[in-house]
Design a protein. Structure first.
Length: 391
């Protein structure tokens, strides 16, 4: 564990370079652009600034929130497993995963705020008028608690209170699983789109969260060592091998579940279910499904990991990046596919599929969110980097 050191000793001088500073500046500009687009959309109205409409009320911003929320859950689980259950090969990644979980929650909160017409109402009424029967209330509350637990766990870890950090991490993991379950339940409770319906979606969300958590940690660790021009030591190589093993297993699980879900839509669902499946297979979402979700997000990373026997750090980093891209598009495909099919197909000249494409404001908001995540990661590595050496 990191020793009890003053904050100044946590700084990583090897990242105080002009190149890193330039990247941080670029990320800052991205955040400013995203916040400007979000403020513009909030003042103008989502129905005018976004590409959404009555039949398709959730778009790119909401699906991006779902991605970062799942990422935060996966990172929370990874840091807890690495410290609390004796999975010692992953221990060197625990502190970094905790910090990344905080960044992911804050990024998701930004996206959630721009997904709502009146985000301040959520802040006011979440505590003043709680609704314990609401999935979205539990989701936002539990994600907030998880973020607090990760902040306390990270603080306890870098200050040397390892026992306290483990206890807080377990609480954070429990709240994270609950938050992810409620996020899935928020979607599955809407039974009209068959692709959303089913209790197995909660398991799918949790497995995907573990995948993206392991992928983000592996990619961040590898990237940090490359930025510092350091050689990966034995402990880090073993840790990356552990994350690669988790990634390979989860990729295989998700590939199987995806095939089963599509088969179920064809064989055991009424006409809307088959139409929804066709939207992914050969309809308006075919490119993002086959290219980004299946080829880039499932087949390519699994082939890379198995082809290199989970041992090559460069290949692990590439596979992790591809898995993250695929998971991002999976959230997009899942959310949009459930809305493109008309509720009453064939009535009043309804189209086979509604048309949705993200507006410029939506794209810029997501760009801003990515800039925030990237900038926060680099600043954390710069000023807290030595606290991540959890060896």
């Amino acid at each position: 564990m990191a020793s009890d050191l003053p904050t100044t000793s946590l700084e990583e001088p090897r990242l105080a370079t002009p190149e890193v500073n330039k990247v941080v500046i670029v990320c800052t500009v991205m955040v400013i652009v995203g916040l400007t687009a979000g403020a513009y959309a909030t003042m103008l109205g989502h129905h005018r600034a976004y590409g959404v409409f009555r039949e398709v009320p959730w778009g790119l911003v909401t699906s991006s929130y779902a991605f970062f929320a799942s990422l935060a859950t996966g990172l929370c689980l990874l840091t807890t497993i690495s410290h609390a259950y004796g999975v010692t090969p992953l221990a060197p990644l625990g502190s970094r995963a905790a910090f990344l979980a905080i960044v992911a929650v804050l990024t998701g909160a930004m996206l959630l705020g721009f997904s709502l017409e009146s985000p301040w109402r959520m802040l006011i009424y979440n505590m003043s008028s709680p609704s314990v029967t609401s999935n979205i209330w539990w989701m936002t509350t539990l994600y907030g608690l998880m973020a607090g637990c990760m902040f306390l766990k990270f603080s306890a870890t870098i200050s040397g209170h390892s026992s306290l950090a483990v206890k807080i991490g377990i609480i954070g993991a429990i709240t994270g699983v609950g938050a992810s379950t409620n996020l899935a339940a928020l979607i599955t409770s809407v039974s009209d789109p068959p692709i959303w319906y089913g209790s197995q979606l909660s398991i799918f969300f949790l497995a995907s969260a573990v995948l993206v958590g392991a992928a983000a940690t592996a990619l961040a660790t590898f990237g940090t060592y490359r930025l510092q021009k350091r050689t990966l030591d034995t402990a880090i190589q073993k840790a990356l091998h552990g994350t690669a093993t988790i990634m390979a297993f989860m990729l295989a699980v998700l590939a199987a579940v995806t095939a089963v879900r599509l088969t179920t839509l064809f064989l055991h669902n009424p006409e809307p279910g088959r139409i929804t499946a066709l939207a992914l297979l050969r309809g308006p979402l075919a490119v993002t499904f086959w290219l980004m979700e299946v080829a880039v997000g499932l087949i390519a990373p699994l082939a890379i990991l198995l082809g290199t026997k989970l041992k090559n750090p460069n290949s692990i980093a590439i596979a992790a990046a591809l898995a993250l891209i695929g998971a991002f598009f999976h959230r997009y495909d899942l959310l949009i596919a459930g809305q493109l099919v008309p509720k009453y197909p064939g009535w009043s000249n309804a189209p086979a599929y509604f048309h949705y494409f993200p507006s410029l404001a939506e794209i810029l908001i997501v760009v801003g969110a990515l800039g925030f995540a990237g900038g926060a990661f680099l600043l954390g590595e710069r000023f807290l980097g030595r606290g991540f050496r959890d060896l």
